[in-house]
Design a protein around this ligand. Sequence first.
Ligand code: FAD
Ligand code: NAP
Ligand code: SF4
Length: 679
Amino acid sequence: MNNSTFPQLMAPLDLGFTTLRNRVIMGSMHTGLEDRFYNYGKLAAYFRERARGGVGLIVTGGISPNRRGWLLPFGGTLNWLGDVWNHRRLTSAVHQEGGKILMQILHAGRYGYQPFVVSASNIKSPISPFKPRALTERGIERTILDYVRCAKLAKRAGYDGIEIMGSEGYLLNQFLCARTNLRQDRWGGAIENRMRLAVEIVRRIRAALGLDFIIMYRHSLLDLVDGGNSWDEVVTVARALEQAGVTILSTGYGWHEARVPTIVTSVPRAAFSSVAGRLRQAVSIPVVASNRINTPQQAERILADGDADLVSMARPFLADPEFVVKAASGRSDEINTCIACNQACLDHTFANRRASCLVNPRAAHETELVYRKTARRQRVAVVGAGPAGLSAASVAAECGHEVSLFDASDRIGGQFKIAMQIPGKEEFAETLRYFARRLELAKVQLELGQRVTRAQLLARGFDHVIVATGIVPRAPRIPGIEHPKVLSYLDVLQRKAQVGRRVAIIGAGGIGFDVGEYLLHNPKLTLPEPLEHWLADWGVDLAGSGNGGLVAPIPAQPVRQIYLLQRKSSKVGAGLGKTSGWVHRATLQRKGVEMLAGVEYHQIDDQGLHITLNGQPRLLEVDHVVICAGQDSLAELMPAEHDKSARGPRFHVIGGAKLAAELDAKRAIREGALLAAAL
Ligand code: FAD
Ligand code: NAP
Ligand code: SF4
């Protein structure tokens, strides 16, 4: 595969004993399927689709070399011959499609969510309730042997190599950093001692398995935690790993406990690739760039700039298994781009649920959600071109139905058009670009700019009507709600109402937080160097000075004074995404937003918003009150129950129109796809 648009990305890489067909790696992701062998058929189908889509090298989710290394109780482990057969299903699926696959060996150390956890020292991590036991010298030796046995079994299972997980704060990273390694024996102290475990594991695996086996090592270039390694130490470790027999150095940024985001949407694209570039100057083996790389253009630029030899993208392969083949054949505009929301992948993983993808509900469900060609072409109307309607219309048309998609607006997108205006959610525009192209390819007839009525639909003789008309914002009953200083979130985000310097936001759900970020954003500060501002805001030095890259943040001055309010007494923002909510909370806190829980609303008048907080009356003297108090379904096109049996089209309802409570785009897109696939 080679093309002129992405010549560097599509160039093969000769490793001496084997050749990768291009420079694209699908990085390791825990889907949840790898933990149970009865799911390996599904896992094989998932990998097969990605290998068929052209990716050069796939890395599996983390597999532990022993029980103490489990991330979760009974997590995926490879420690005896009987398991090899199951893994062969994965390797042969990938090899049949011309791809290559590495098994990631991951020992969680103190990050394990189970009682057998071990580490360099007995220091509890802030993200697991279990305090680790410090490994004894014998325990360390046993751990090395377990890694070697695991690698040997991986080779027997047909893997082209292994990736050793040495970053993100897992066991080997715990040995590498003084933060978690207080040992005074030959495994602790100076960096030469702290790196001994990682180096010894590589050396012994290389000795046991010979030269024709890929050993990729994921090395932490910026720990982004206090007590992280200096850049000199990072380079010392990298060179020692190269000496010990590593074939490729992949890179990682930030421990899981770090308070700097490294992969959510608001992290600028390819924020860390220059760090990989610096490492590349210091070693002579191939180096991999990673983190927030989600387009072939970005990946090509990284390679062309000399920052890496390969590019690893993980979540982009959940979003689109055909990423590589589309890029290579001049169809980049057809790529379903990962928007870095974490909502269906990492948030699921941390909730111990199977991972999938917000923009591609088939991810990790390839054998269950199948879009088959229909034998009976039917006429389908989809009303509402928000995420639910876009998904339903494209799947129905791809299955062979004749589809008309209606929207009152003159552009597709529904609420996603509003969401993409939030600073840090610009990626959402990619989803609308993708759907627009998909509708075009599937020949969906678009009828925009008119509000459809039931009579119009009945007159057109459709077989099915899919109601995907979304929601209406809820207007709470608060005295003074008609006051001119009251705005809805649509007034602010869609109609661009002028907003004063002091603002109260009623409702602290996802939209309340987003409106807060929107109102605090100063566009003058992000152009022309968004990365510089992001680094200053979060206190990151890409040169690796300070503590593992951490320096004092220089937050921008807030442009407004904001109160974010809710009636519940729980923590404000508790309902936000597991892996992204803390980023939103930290962003608003840094900008001085006062978050108030347990509020009672009394009156809005010329003075401002009158509330009671902890039994005490309080006046918030604000210029505007923005209402973000949730939403109600809009499903007026649905026939009443008694009309449903009458002749005419079959009506279906999906997305916000079906249920507004806890609605998000993940549910909307999934419901659209499931319904359309079943028509
Ligand atoms: P909608 O997106 O509301 O679309 C309904 C469509 O129907 C509209 O385009 C409307 O014009 C059309 N319509 C209605 N009636 C008619 C009619 N009679 N005739 C023709 N057309 C009609 N979700 C997430 O998952 N993650 C996020 O980070 C996120 N951030 C958000 C940020 C903001 C600021 C907002 C506002 C929403 C955000 N959401 C987010 C929510 C997400 O956008 C919604 O859950 C999703 O859009 C719901 O999809 P839907 O298709 O059901 O409805
Ligand atoms: P939401 O998450 O349900 O939050 C609504 C807020 O309004 C809550 O804080 C609620 O808190 C308050 N509220 C509800 N009824 C009220 C009333 N009658 N009077 C005053 N306050 C009231 O809804 P949303 O923020 O509108 O978001 C809509 C959906 O979009 C969400 O379900 C969310 O999943 C999705 N979304 C997701 C993201 C994301 O980043 N993942 C971002 C934006 C939106 P109290 O009841 O305690 O006052
Ligand atoms: Fe990317 Fe969101 Fe899909 Fe995860 S769920 S792969 S972050 S688009």
